[in-house]
Design a protein around this ligand. Structure first.
Ligand code: ZN
Length: 214
C-alpha cells in the first residue's frame, strides 16, 4: 500500500500558502501509476495555484517493489528508526536496499532495477566510461556535468557522459564487470542493511581508499 499526507506549503516564489499531497511511501506493485510518476519525477513536481510556478519538492520517500525485490529510501538523511528495523527482515528475504540522496539517483536506480541489472556493475560501467572519455577521447573532466545510465540490451550497458554542450555514449559489455565483482566480492560488497548509497562517490572511494592488504 502507498501512503500520503497533506501539508500546508508556502510557495517559495509568491509566499502564499496552499496544500500539497506528499507521498511517504509508494508500492510499485500496488500502484503502477504512482510508480510511473516516480520514474518521470512528476510525483515531486508541484504547481502553485496562486502564481502558477512549477517547482520540485524532494520529500523523504520509501519506494518498494516487492516483485523485483528492492526498496529505495529517497532522503538526504541517513536511515534511522523504523526503516532501520525493517532492514534486517527485508535483507533476509533477499531485498536489495539502497538510499538515494537525490531525485536523479532515485529515478536512475528504479530504471536499473527494472532492467534487472546490478547497480554496482552500473557504477563500475559509469566509472569506466568516464575514464574512457578522459583518456581516449581527450575529454576535460571539469566539463563533465553527469554520467548517466541509460539502459541494458543483450548484456551491453549504454552509458551517457554529458557535458554542457555535448554528450558521448559508451557501450559497456556487462560480462567482464560482473566477473570482476564476483572475483572481488569483499571489495565490492555493499552492506545492504545500512541502506548504502551506491553512486559515483561510492565507486571513487573504492579506487582511492588504501586497500589495507599486505
Ligand atoms: Zn506561488
Amino acid at each position: 500500500m502507498s501512503t500520503s499526507h497533506e501539508v500546508s506549503y508556502k510557495c517559495p516564489y509568491c509566499g502564499r500558502e496552499f496544500t500539497i499531497t506528499v507521498y511517504d511511501s509508494v508500492n510499485a506493485d500496488n500502484d503502477p501509476e504512482l510508480k510511473e510518476r516516480c520514474i518521470s519525477g512528476d510525483l515531486f513536481r508541484h504547481s502553485c495555484p496562486h502564481c502558477k510556478t512549477d517547482f520540485m519538492i524532494q520529500n523523504p520517500l520509501v519506494y518498494s517493489d516487492p516483485s523485483r525485490k528492492f526498496v529505495l529510501w529517497l532522503s538526504s538523511q541517513e536511515v534511522s528508526g523504523d526503516l532501520y528495523r525493517l532492514a534486517k527482515p527485508l535483507d533476509e528475504q533477499g531485498y536489495t536496499l539502497r538510499r538515494c540522496g537525490t531525485l536523479q539517483e532515485f529515478t536512475e536506480k528504479i530504471q536499473i532495477f527494472e532492467d534487472g541489472v546490478s547497480d554496482i556493475v552500473v557504477e563500475l560501467a559509469k566509472y569506466d566510461s568516464f575514464i574512457e572519455f578522459i583518456d581516449n577521447r581527450q575529454g576535460n573532466p571539469a566539463e563533465v556535468t553527469s554520467v548517466e545510465y541509460q539502459r541494458t540490451d543483450n548484456g551491453v550497458m549504454k552509458i551517457n557522459v554529458r557535458t554542457d554542450d555535448k554528450g558521448l555514449s559508451f557501450l559497456i559489455p556487462t560480462g567482464p564487470l560482473e566477473e570482476e565483482v564476483k572475483a572481488q566480492s569483499d571489495r565490492y560488497e555493499a552492506d545492504n542493511v545500512t541502506f548504502p548509497r551506491i553512486n559515483s562517490d561510492w565507486v571513487i572511494s573504492l579506487f582511492t581508499e588504501p586497500q589495507g592488504e599486505a
